[in-house]
Design a protein around this ligand. Sequence first.
Ligand code: TXA
Ligand code: MG
Length: 343
Amino acid sequence: MKASSFSLESAVITKQQREQVSRAVSILNAGGVVAFPTETVYGLGADATNIKAVSDIYRIKQRPMNHPLIVHIADFSYLHEWAQAIPDSALKLATQFWPGPLTLILKRNRRVSDVVTGGQDTVGVRVPSHPIALALLRSLGQGKALAAPSANRFGRISPTTAAHVQKELGAEVNMILDGGSCTVGLESTIVSFVGDNPKVLRPGGITLAELESVFGASISMMHRTDSSTTRVPGSLPSHYAPTTPLKLCATEQLWQYAQKLTSQQLKTMVITWSTIQRPLQQNEYLQHCSMPNDPESYGRELYAILHQLDQVGFDYLLVEMVPDHSSWLAIEDRLQRASHHTI
Ligand code: TXA
Ligand code: MG
């Protein structure tokens, strides 16, 4: 995905949306919590300078207080209000990919509250590209920003439509701004500039190849099971999980495994991306869902499909392993986490 696909020219919103944004701004400035669309997933936002409002996010999400939130800002020029000692390489990435699905972890500016950073000395910052998110951020008061995690309960699948948020958190938020389906569909790429070398903490909407093309060098990635980083909730091995057990399976064994499950009368949904022939006959325990075979479309649809399939009452979601290529990394990461509890 190219940074140019997040051009500000698309930041035009309708009169009705503008009215909704004004209402959201009043709620946020009064200390409320508003779910809002971003290009990645929906966020659960509060005024980042209001400790009580930010605490409410943790309560609503049922998220441990020591897991930090991302600060969403309206423009690159506000970065220094939230972070300090910003390396040139971080500025380079921000210039290239903001507004867009990239979060930078930097040393925090002293004014940033411990509630936002989970008590850490660092802060995560990003400029989202969704026109409604940008309109919202630009309309907040001077020096303000939105602290926002994804608008789902801790450990669950992120929402990519307003209806997903409504279903899970509708009763607890003051307002949900509807901005349609998220165009990226997976969370932002997180790059930390805290250690000696920049490190990718979470693969996401910006691919490794895109980061490296700006760096002009390779960039290391934190491994999923790195236990030293358990304060980064998105990096817990079990995360982004549907309630239905999900199992990942190599293409070669997929249908054989499906047969095994269905012969035990386990209601199974097989999810594929390749055009591998399906050898099994239709039966009452077996269903098949064909996903796009390009990573951008697959990523856009994945969470919506998982939300939908979770409603059906399958015993198993059997997912074909995705290609071993860097453009699929974020998808592979989310599928691995979603399958973590499934034996
Ligand atoms: O695309 C996204 O990033 C979405 C939208 C709403 O912007 N947000 C999102 O937030 O995914 P959340 O809270 O679900 O995931 C943010 C991740 C978490 O893993 C969190 O621990 C990490 O960012 N994070 C935030 N601040 C951090 C910090 N100071 N150091 C390390 N990790 C941090
Ligand atoms: Mg999340």
